[in-house]
Design a protein around this ligand. Structure first.
Ligand SMILES: [Zn+2]
Length: 124
């Protein structure tokens, strides 16, 4: 991939990183507020618990997104961005436009997702 395209994807990733970092902060603040309210008003405890759970889960997902974006930016620096981590072939640029954090080409992603369905063990 040429430098200009790498720069293009880097700016997309940096913009997404900013956005998701803000989301993570917002979710954590919401989760903490829920804890406060739950202590004050025991009647609403169950609702607050559910809200808190949701906020924390959202936060987890956002944290994962931030980690994925960080990894993608690292791959740009290392020069391995846009190359499938499984088969080493270049990832289609239209795929990267849609999913700038993609680590695999469409063919390998399909295989990985099929395996995920059969086995719930963490891939890391
Ligand atoms: Zn591949």
């Amino acid at each position: 991939m040429d430098a200009q395209k790498l720069q293009h994807f880097r700016s997309i990733l940096l913009e997404q990183l900013k956005q998701h970092t803000e989301n993570v902060r917002g979710d954590q603040a919401t989760a903490l507020e829920s804890v406060d309210d739950g202590v004050k008003d025991s009647v609403d405890m169950s609702v607050q618990d559910v809200n808190q759970e949701l906020a924390l889960r959202l936060g987890e997902r956002e944290s994962q997104m931030v980690a994925d974006i960080d990894q993608a930016l690292l791959r740009i620096d290392e020069g391995s961005y846009g190359v499938c981590a499984t088969c080493g072939k270049p990832i289609d640029e239209r795929r990267l436009e849609a999913l700038p954090t993609a680590r695999h080409d469409a063919a390998c992603q399909t295989v990985i997702e099929a395996n995920d369905g059969m086995d719930d063990a963490p891939t890391l």
